[in-house]
Design a protein around this ligand. Structure first.
Ligand code: ADP
Ligand code: ASP
Ligand code: MG
Length: 425
């Protein structure tokens, strides 16, 4: 019978220094002793991707996405090669591989490409020869053979996709917190670690700003029912128990509110005094869709004298590109002004139990008002309420709501979360 396989992913802080890489190598040596095959996926060393992006932006205001991918993919290659060397010096046969070498094929949407297939033949061959494979995460190649990247946090998705392609038993995501919390523990010190989270809830949490897992990684894990475990690489003893993300247990009662997420990576664009006519919204949003820019919330004010103001939100990294498009559109549709605000945050309250409970929105608005936090936009769905607020209020608002919904819970130990180097983030 062939050995079982585990895919382990180590994020930026976990491979942030040579010392940390040595520590990861020691962990892998230990894990191998339990008799499993191991494929490791690594991120770039902490800060490296941001540093490279800054270099690109200092040379070009709107750097070509193809070149950005070529540049950013180098960060993950460095950590993969260094970890393979550290393993080899421990007597472990190890081989580093790029996205191309691991056969990870994507579409051509540079900087946020989607995985289309993985041809893991070479990886399987090397596993059969008892090698540890160290894969540079976050990257693949498109049909032309150009390097692509999978969006920020994309190594999580590389790891799950490889776990699925290689038939792994589970995918372990090692990071700098010891699991998934009710809220970002750096922002809400009283946040509680969750032992088990369903794929559905994790999907909502990831899409609303819990960057501990990239949303596409959760989508993949859900689709292929791959158990995901989030653990700390800083804790001894296999990183603690961590958080298991798996299928929902229908017998378990759903909490009304299970978490408070905050996404500071948001921006808002407003078009003033747009003619209120059929076809105007299409004129605004079609060119954005053509540029693969996703729009989140949209608000159109009540029309006055045939004109209306229209605002929408989007990811901040797409703001510059969207503003170039919107300035053109604004002229075409004769808007009197096109403006943007990048100092906003989206605060979301998530909970599957909201389906059957009323009053959650009212409680949110009451709490925010008691803390004098102004709400700029609101959107709701079956299991979440999101508010756009000024970014400077996000910490205050997240903590106030965490308290108001008593998320610390009876079982939470009166201690603050275990996190690493909070000052760095
Ligand atoms: P890595 O470099 O290992 O991929 P990330 O920085 O991408 O790590 O993700 C881990 C970070 O996610 C944590 O340090 C924490 O601040 C943040 N985070 C945001 N929301 C949550 C949450 N609900 N639970 C745990 N961590 C969260
Ligand atoms: N290095 C990339 C980033 O910083 C990908 C990742 O870490 O997952 O977003
Ligand atoms: Mg990450």
């Amino acid at each position: 019978m062939s050995k079982s396989l585990i895919v382990q992913k180590y994020g930026g802080t976990s491979v942030g220094t040579l010392e940390r890489i040595e520590h990861v190598a020691d962990r892998i040596v230990k894990a191998r002793k339990t008799g499993v095959d191991i494929v490791v996926v690594v991120s770039a060393m902490a800060g490296e991707t941001d540093k490279l992006l800054k270099m690109a932006r200092s040379l070009s205001k709107n750097p070509a996405r193809r070149e950005v991918d070529m540049l950013l993919s180098s960060g993950e290659r460095i950590s993969a090669a260094l970890l393979a060397l550290a393993l080899q010096s421990r007597g472990i046969p190890a081989l580093s591989m790029t996205g191309r070498q691991i056969g990870l094929q994507t579409d051509s949407t540079h900087t946020r490409a989607r995985i289309t297939s993985i041809d893991a033949q070479r990886a399987r061959k090397m596993l059969n020869k008892n090698h540890v494979i160290v894969v540079a995460g976050f990257q693949g190649i498109n049909e032309e053979g150009d390097v692509t990247t999978l969006g920020r946090g994309g190594s999580d998705t590389s790891a799950v996709a490889l776990a699925v392609a290689l038939g792994a038993k589970q995918c372990e995501i090692y990071t700098d917190v010891d699991g998934v919390y009710t809220s970002d523990p750096r922002m809400v010190p009283q946040a509680k670690k969750l032992d088990v989270v369903s794929y559905d809830e994790m999907l909502e949490m990831a899409s609303l700003g819990a960057k501990v897992l990239q949303i596409r990684c959760v989508e993949f894990a859900h689709k292929y029912k791959m158990p995901l475990v989030v653990k700390s690489s800083f804790k001894e003893k296999e990183g603690g128990k961590g958080t298991l993300i798996c299928e929902e247990d229908p017998k378990m009662e759903q909490p009304v509110v299970s978490g408070i997420m905050c996404d500071k990576n948001q921006a808002k664009i407003t078009l003033k005094e747009v003619p209120d006519q059929p076809g105007i919204a299409a004129n605004i949003f079609e060119p954005l869709a053509a540029a693969s820019i996703s729009v989140d919330m949209i608000i159109q004010n009540v029309s006055e004298q045939g004109h209306t103001d229209l605002s929408f939100t989007l990811a901040r990294e797409e703001l510059d590109e969207a503003m170039v498009i919107m300035n053109k559109v604004g002229k075409k549709i004769q808007a009197t002004q096109v403006s943007s605000n990048a100092k906003i945050a989206k605060l979301s309250i998530v909970g599957a139990g909201m389906r059957s409970h009323s009053g959650v929105a009212a409680q949110i608005f009451k709490t925010l008002s008691a803390h004098k936090v102004n709400i700029l936009m609101i959107s709701t769905s079956e299991i979440k309420v999101s508010c756009i607020i000024e970014q400077k209020n996000s910490k205050l608002a997240a903590n106030a709501l965490h308290d108001a919904f008593k998320l610390e819970g009876k079982t939470a130990k009166k201690k603050t979360a275990k996190i690493v180097s909070p000052a760095k983030k």
